[in-house]
Design a protein around this ligand. Structure first.
Ligand SMILES: [Zn+2]
Length: 149
């Protein structure tokens, strides 16, 4: 994984491409232990906390994620930024569901299934995005990029 400043440069470029420049995005690189402490899940490889009203987000990337199934940290970063890009959708969905009069257990099932679908959707978006915009598009010449790149 490149140094934090390099990843932040990539984030700024990705914001332009994804047209989410109006979001303040903070990057936190976390060990698995910190991930557990901050997100409750030691296996969490990434997370994007979002505040839609403030248009601010904190992206956490797990520095101990050695997964290279797709493109390692870059895939995780794109996935998290796709969450930011689609924040309004999921807020709208949650608000609509909260406003509907139906049994809570049914709401819970709908919410869980939507969350599953939403995660798959973000993964598919990230894979497609990487095909069009691989990490090699960014100038990272002075660093050794980890994963399968
Ligand atoms: Zn996700």
């Amino acid at each position: 994984m490149p140094p934090k400043e390099k990843i932040e440069e990539v984030i700024r470029e990705l914001q332009k491409i994804m047209r989410i420049q109006d979001w303040d995005i903070e990057l936190k690189l976390c060990t698995a232990g910190q991930m557990e402490k901050e997100t409750g899940d030691i296996y969490n490889i990434g997370e994007a906390y979002r505040n839609l009203r403030l248009k601010s987000s904190t992206i956490r990337l797990n520095t101990e994620d050695m997964g290279d199934k797709f493109q390692g940290w870059y895939h995780t970063l794109i996935h998290e930024m796709k969450h930011i890009q689609t924040t309004e959708f999921i807020y709208l969905f949650d608000n609509l569901l909260d406003g509907v009069d139906m049994p809570e257990d049914i709401k819970k099932i709908i919410k869980w299934q939507t969350r599953d679908y939403y995660e798959q959707w973000m993964n598919n978006c990230a894979r497609e995005f990487i095909t069009l915009c691989p990490l090699s598009n960014f100038i990272l010449d002075d660093i050794k990029v980890g994963g399968t790149i």
